[in-house]
Design a protein. Structure first.
Ligand code: FES
Length: 67
C-alpha cells in the first residue's frame, strides 16, 4: 500500500527502513523522502515506523556457540 503518494513510498519500504535501523520520522524523510512533500503521510508513516519497531525481524537470529 502506498503511504506517501508524493514520493511513491510504500508501507513495505517503511518497514524495511525500520528493520535497517531507521528510528524516527526525520530519518524516513532523509532516506525515503517521506513527509517532505504535502506532509499528509507523516502521521501514518510514524505509526508504521512504531509498529515495525515492535515487530521482530523475520530472519532467525543465529547465536554464536560457545566452545
Ligand atoms: S503524501 Fe507524503 S509528502 Fe505528500
Amino acid at each position: 500500500m502506498y503511504v506517501c503518494v508524493c514520493h511513491g513510498v510504500t508501507d513495505k519500504a517503511i518497514s524495511q527502513a525500520a528493520q535497517a535501523g531507521a528510528c524516527s520520522l526525520a530519518e524516513l524523510a532523509r532516506t525515503l523522502r517521506v513527509a517532505t512533500g504535502c506532509g499528509k503521510c507523516a502521521e501514518l508513516a510514524q505509526t508504521l515506523l512504531e509498529a515495525a519497531a515492535l515487530t521482530p525481524p523475520r530472519a532467525p537470529v543465529r547465536l554464536a556457540s560457545a566452545g
